[in-house]
Design a protein around this ligand. Structure first.
Ligand SMILES: *[C@@H]1O[C@H](CO)[C@@H](O)[C@H](O)[C@H]1NC(C)=O
Ligand SMILES: *[C@@H]1O[C@H](CO)[C@@H](O)[C@H](O)[C@H]1NC(C)=O
Ligand SMILES: *[C@@H]1O[C@H](CO)[C@@H](O)[C@H](O)[C@H]1NC(C)=O
Ligand SMILES: *[C@@H]1O[C@H](CO)[C@@H](O)[C@H](O)[C@H]1NC(C)=O
Ligand SMILES: *[C@@H]1O[C@H](CO)[C@@H](O)[C@H](O)[C@H]1NC(C)=O
Length: 484
């Protein structure tokens, strides 16, 4: 047989066999124009037009999929309520798996078989046309769904469900996924509903990779993360977020890399970046390895396109490391406990704290050799268990740079310390917390730069640096979320 013909037949017979070993992904950190009262969908189209420049650039660089940030289309407005957000919501088509709805071509039927009126869906239509124009998959949050529900059970008093919504449009403009955020964060409940149980949403791409998805705060909950990763075995996650960093210890990138590591997945995270390091931090991570990541450590807004070749994870899922429903016994502390020390060159130490069910041991040694501009900085061991950060139980044990808190709320400023100047030869965090679906082993250095997984040893409730490389350590923490 002609060998070309043979190859052709083989390709037809085994389309997956020849699938490439990597795919090229893009995530965008983006700083949008902000919502003002009176704004309508024109604001969203304006932000989308800005993002289109980056989508075009991503395509030029060969990206097959791009993830855009939560609140990237509409920005943020403190005073949103159910009514004043309505002008920027769209009655999205009910999503049916497969290629049945193409907004750009206005080919889409509602559940009664009637053609959908696209005058009410200007932003969905435009996003679909952009996906088609550049032939790239677009995962976009902020074309938020309104579903009128007058005579349905559980219908809110105003007669409509409103959801923080992520939609995915494929290279031909088809709507291939629609996901409603499962867990509202704080004031979001003033204007968005939550599905009764978290939705489990995924789609299959043209390049043979199955993508699951969830939004921001969802990352700290058992569902939908458990079903996606452990029941369906999905190893590629799309994650739009508006993540408020608690610097130095809890930055967006650290949670992203932590989830990717604990659950052995590829993680495509896109953060809004409009108020500098308070929310910055986007990246592409594969099984804990940062392939591309970015945090802006200033207070200024910025846009940044990140692109990486992502290895297709084909190995079988490891037997499940379950989330932990055994709450630690804890007193509901409102703030962490700190044990401070001076980071004097050439010294080492070993500190222990036991608070609220968390046993926390930290060993460290400070490099003899520091940079010329060095001034002695203060650090602290810190530990916590309780409901004081989020309305869910988190427990952690860690080491952090400790700058006095200007608001005197904590012993150390945990909101805006982004720099450190002290080289550490070693650091070790040891706790009675443990590896789970919702555990996050995290370490970062000067400028909120995450420390690459290949320089770390991460164990069961432990994290330490490998020998031989010194870091201007900012913080290192082992954190676990407990849920029923
Ligand atoms: C709800 O029910 C009322 C009374 O049966 C009916 O008049 C109305 O059209 C229904 N609304 C919707 C949206 O189906
Ligand atoms: C942060 O954003 C500002 C404003 O866009 C920019 O000038 C600066 O270079 C950015 N910093 C980093 C580290 O990207
Ligand atoms: C930390 O130091 C303590 C006390 O010296 C020691 O018992 C412990 O084994 C050390 N931990 C690690 C991980 O080396
Ligand atoms: C000490 O640090 C400087 C940079 O700050 C570096 O150039 C030098 O090689 C270091 N010396 C040793 C002995 O590590
Ligand atoms: C991890 O540590 C906890 C106690 O801290 C223990 O109960 C659990 O069995 C350990 N898991 C593994 C896999 O070693």
């Amino acid at each position: 047989m002609n060998s070309l013909l043979f190859l052709f037949l083989l390709l037809l017979a085994f389309p997956c066999y020849f699938s490439t070993q990597t795919y090229r992904a893009a995530v965008l950190e983006f700083s949008p124009y902000q919502f003002q009262p009176g704004d309508n969908y024109q604001l969203l189209l304006r932000n989308l037009a800005e993002m289109e420049k980056y989508i075009s650039e991503a395509k030029k660089q060969g990206a097959q999929i791009i993830v855009l940030p939560e609140y990237g289309l509409e920005g943020w407005y403190e005073e949103w309520d159910r009514d004043n957000i309505l002008p920027i919501l769209e009655p999205l088509p009910n999503y049916y798996a497969g290629k049945t709805c193409n907004p750009c071509l206005e080919k889409c039927k509602d559940k009664n078989g009637n053609n959908i009126d696209f005058k009410k869906l200007p932003v969905l239509k435009e996003a679909s046309c952009i996906a088609m124009k550049y032939s790239i998959i677009i995962a976009i949050d902020g074309i938020n769904d309104v579903q009128y529900c007058e005579n349905q059970t559980d219908c809110p008093p105003d007669g409509r469900f409103q959801f923080n919504t992520l939609v995915v449009l494929d290279e031909q403009g088809f709507l291939v996924a629609k996901y409603h955020k499962g867990h509202n964060y704080e004031s979001e409940s003033n204007y968005f509903d939550q599905p009764k149980t978290p939705e489990i949403v995924y789609f299959d791409s043209s390049f043979g990779v199955r993508f699951g998805m969830f939004i921001c705060f969802d990352i700290l909950w058992n569902q939908p993360t458990y079903s996606l990763v452990y029941e369906l075995g999905i190893s590629n996650i799309l994650f739009p977020t508006y993540w408020g960093n608690l610097a130095p210890a809890f930055s967006a990138n650290e949670f992203q890399v932590g989830f990717s590591k604990s659950n052995k997945v590829n993680f495509l995270a896109s953060n809004i970046g409009y108020d500098g390091f308070y929310s910055s931090g986007s990246g592409i991570f594969s099984n804990g390895l940062p392939l591309a990541f970015y945090t802006n450590d200033t207070i200024y807004p910025s846009n940044r396109l990140l692109i990486a070749d992502v290895p297709i994870i084909i190995e079988e899922k490891p037997s499940i490391i379950s989330f932990d429903s055994n709450f630690l016994e804890f007193d509901d502390l409102s703030i962490p406990s700190f044990k401070k020390f001076q980071a004097i060159p050439g010294t080492s130490g070993s500190l222990f704290l036991s608070v609220s069910g968390v046993d926390c041991q930290v060993n460290y040694s400070i490099s003899q050799n520091q940079s010329e501009s060095f001034e002695i900085e203060e650090y602290a061991l810190f530990a916590y268990s309780g409901l004081g950060f989020f309305p869910i139980q988190i427990s952690f044990c860690g080491l952090t740079r400790c700058v006095p808190d200007p608001n005197q709320q904590f012993d150390c400023d945990v909101y805006q310390t982004v720099h450190s100047n002290t080289f550490f030869d070693s650091f070790e965090i040891e706790s009675n917390l443990q590896n789970s679906q919702l555990s996050f082993a995290m370490a970062n250095e000067d400028g909120l730069q995450i420390i690459n997984d290949e320089y770390l040893n991460i164990g069961n409730g432990t994290i330490s640096n490998k020998d031989g490389k010194v870091f201007k350590l900012l913080s290192s923490v082992f954190l676990q979320v407990f849920q029923e």
